[in-house]
Design a protein around this ligand. Structure first.
Ligand code: C2E
Ligand code: MG
Ligand code: MG
Ligand code: MG
Length: 279
């Protein structure tokens, strides 16, 4: 009996693995096609100053427009892009779009900072930072408006080439910060590996605010840790007024989340104080 069960489990496992391999294959094909056919898009999510509720920045989030499935979110293709190395091309494309948008906003007198996500794999390619520095210089884009979001994993694995890329980002005035802070790693020793300008508290810590004293204590500690290191703190995934109020009272600097706005096309970003959620 145990033997049969074992065999069944193996069969189930095999078919699950086959399905996963198949899904990855499809995702890889989609990313390759999107890169070839101009199928990537960027949507922008507002980041507000918690004290004034003013829009101060926007995060560029990639989307893939598939001819059959329509608009796909990163969960459908970013992991595969990471595994296959295609993420380097995705990030490079997004960054060009970020710089283009930044120039457009500057021309229109819109003084927003722009945040973008950059994979550790991308930073390992020396060409990425070189190209960015070159684009910023040759187009007159303002490097100091750029916020580069990296993950804890990137800092833990920090290689010589990644450090050089991050250094190059800083040398053009860009700020480097940590995304999804608090997820995954119990040691914070990696915080000393590279000078970070900002830190984004992961939404898993923000969500229980108001219903858990423990969550509140953790968030309070993360904010004071960040401030002690001279970093600006952004809370991610803020969905309720209560969460926003608690974060403001705890001294959190900035917030991002459905309460202030979902990711939208650049032209649909709110202007002026962002007080209510928008559809
Ligand atoms: P992230 O950088 O942590 O971005 C925040 C994610 O949380 C976004 O998901 C955003 O839509 C979602 N979000 C924001 N506010 C709320 C909220 O109030 N409630 C909830 N439930 N969700 C909220 P999205 O756009 O699906 O992106 C997922 C992840 O994909 C990003 O997480 C980032 O890690 C990655 N990603 C996105 N664009 C790029 C890119 O251009 N390059 C790379 N390497 N990764 C990217
Ligand atoms: Mg991010
Ligand atoms: Mg995040
Ligand atoms: Mg995330």
């Amino acid at each position: 009996r145990a033997k049969d069960g074992g065999r069944d489990r193996v069969a189930v496992y095999d078919s699950a693995m086959r399905e996963e391999a198949q899904a990855r294959h499809v995702a890889e094909h989609r990313v390759r096609r999107a890169l070839r056919t101009d199928g990537l898009r960027v949507v922008w999510q507002p980041i507000v100053d918690l004290r004034t509720s003013e829009l101060v920045a926007a995060e560029a989030l990639v989307r893939l427009e598939d001819p059959v499935e329509g608009i796909l979110e990163p969960k459908h293709f970013v992991d595969t892009a990471e595994d296959t190395g295609l993420i380097v091309d995705v990030d490079t494309w997004v960054l060009q779009e970020v710089l283009r948008q930044l120039r457009e906003w500057r021309r229109d007198g819109v003084g927003l900072q722009v945040s973008f996500n950059v994979s550790g794999k991308t930073l390992e390619h020396p060409a990425f930072a070189h190209r960015l520095a070159h684009s910023v210089e040759s187009t007159g884009a303002s490097g100091s408006s750029l916020l580069a979001e990296v993950t804890e994993r990137t800092l833990i694995d920090l290689s010589t080439s990644t450090r050089a890329s991050l250094g190059e980002l800083r040398s053009i005035g860009a700020r480097v910060g940590l995304d999804d802070f608090g997820t995954g790693y119990s040691s914070l020793s990696y915080l000393d590996r590279f000078p970070l300008s900002f830190l984004k508290i992961d939404m898993s810590f923000v969500r229980p605010l108001g219903s858990s004293d423990r969550a509140e204590a953790v968030v309070r500690a993360l904010i004071s840790l960040a401030h002690a290191h001279g970093m600006v703190v952004t809370a991610e995934g803020v969905e309720t007024e209560l969460q926003a109020r608690m974060l403001r009272d705890m001294g959190c600097d900035r917030a991002q989340g459905w309460l202030f706005g979902r990711p939208v096309e650049a032209g649909r970003l709110p202007t002026g104080p962002v007080t209510a959620s928008r559809p």
